[in-house]
Design a protein around this ligand. Sequence first.
Ligand code: NAI
Length: 502
Amino acid sequence: MIDIGARDFVLGVVGAGAMGSGIAQVALTGGLAVRLSDASEAQLEKARATLFQRLDRLAEKGEAKPDQIAAAKARLMPVAAVSELAPCAIVIEAIVENLDVKRTLFRALEEVLAEHAIIASNTSSIPIAAIAQACRHRRRVAGMHFFNPVPLMRLVEIIASTDTDPAVAAVLAELGQRMGRTPVTVKDAPGFLVNLGGRAYYQEALHLLQESVATPEDIDLVMRECCGFRMGPFELLDLTGIDVNYPVSEIVHKGYWYDPRIKTTPQHESMYLAGRYGRKTGQGFHRYDAAGKKLAPAAAPAPQGTKPARVILPAAEEGLVALAVAAGVDTQVPDDGESPILVAPWGEDCTDTAVRLGLDVRRTVAIDLSFDTSKRITLMTAPGVDPASAAAAAALLAAAGRAVTRIKDSPGFIAQRITAMIANLGAEMAQMGLASPADIDKAMQLGLNYPLGPLGFAERLGVKRCYDIMSRLFESTGSDRYRPSLWLRRRAKLGLPAATPA
Ligand code: NAI
């Protein structure tokens, strides 16, 4: 088998665009000799120049010694013709995302490479098996899916199709490590792992917007401040670009035979059609200045209500009692017929909670106690609420030192709903055997900067509670989109951790 540590080991990279030059860079800093090729000589020269600049910057920042950088530069050989890749034991393809063009290149590579050389594609959406279909030796073809920008993104997905020799996947994982990446082995399925798993976060946010539950600004704030995401889902949509994430959504949705779990919304499509791509066009779900900086939205009006003298807590939840105490408000269980009634549902909207508990819906206010409630708290009410009760509850939260996000009625508010959807999709990925439970969490954290992986979110919510949130969402919406994964259901019923193997 291939020895990556051998003195004569050479890596080939075809395509010197954004991805290929990043892949070449981390291979060089990993101590490997690289032959970099591109159909365009001008692009190849441009890639070499920028690559050298980036390597110089590493030395300037003290991240590498000058002699190491000089040696890395000396190990790069730009080559114009595919035939010059003949000595490469492994070639990574990062050319245009087109099946026919990739197949032609793979055939040409087979003509010049040794029989046991490995050919890997960095494709983000084409099935590896479809590329391999053009090859004489399919067992040596696999995916090696890097993330953009390569030098900053640690994750690499190693994609093994049904034809890929497991030993080939193992060598590519070793190569990934040598390049300073964290490899995760994934099945050859639409969107592979991260591009499938990533749908849940922003698509559920899009569904909340579609239902007019809250604004993009509010949803982003809750996901950042309460759930610990570095970027809100709409900020992320705008940053990656709607011209990128909408087509990927379409491909993955179609790839899973239109499973409603991963469907997007009409608004996402209309933004795409209108060319409102996000940061790069100055307008997406948010607005940006010429330098790409997000423009601050108009400040939300401060809560107008007056703090109530007392609140009614039918279930006497600890978290609600603590908030009332912090606000200096009395609590009581029997209803006095006039004070606001506070409830803290899980996966249920305010309407269902009030009806189930036989409460006066006009005075009932639902508070989200999931995740971090120390800075911001979400509050929701049912249709027909008495505005004074909602305002009084908001004033109580403000007096307890919390920023308040007020939303329309929603089963699972914002945070419970989005995180349970992430967990449910992660559980489904484990059920499909897309990767091991540990690798699913690792990939989602590294590939998307999530504070927790999907199964980690199930644990954080509580596996049983996460399953209950999904079951209630499914029941109240009647939509297949919210059907709980069997993986999650079994572990919830058995009281087992979310990552328990099948
Ligand atoms: P790019 O457009 O920046 O670079 C592609 C390069 O391939 C160009 O320099 C072009 O001249 C060259 N090329 C085209 N056809 C060729 C051929 N037949 N032989 C040799 N060179 C050829 O594209 P980018 O963004 O680097 O993407 C490359 C691949 O990586 C695509 O398959 C893409 O789906 C995948 N990918 C892209 C990511 C991204 O965020 N840009 C992330 C992960 C994967």
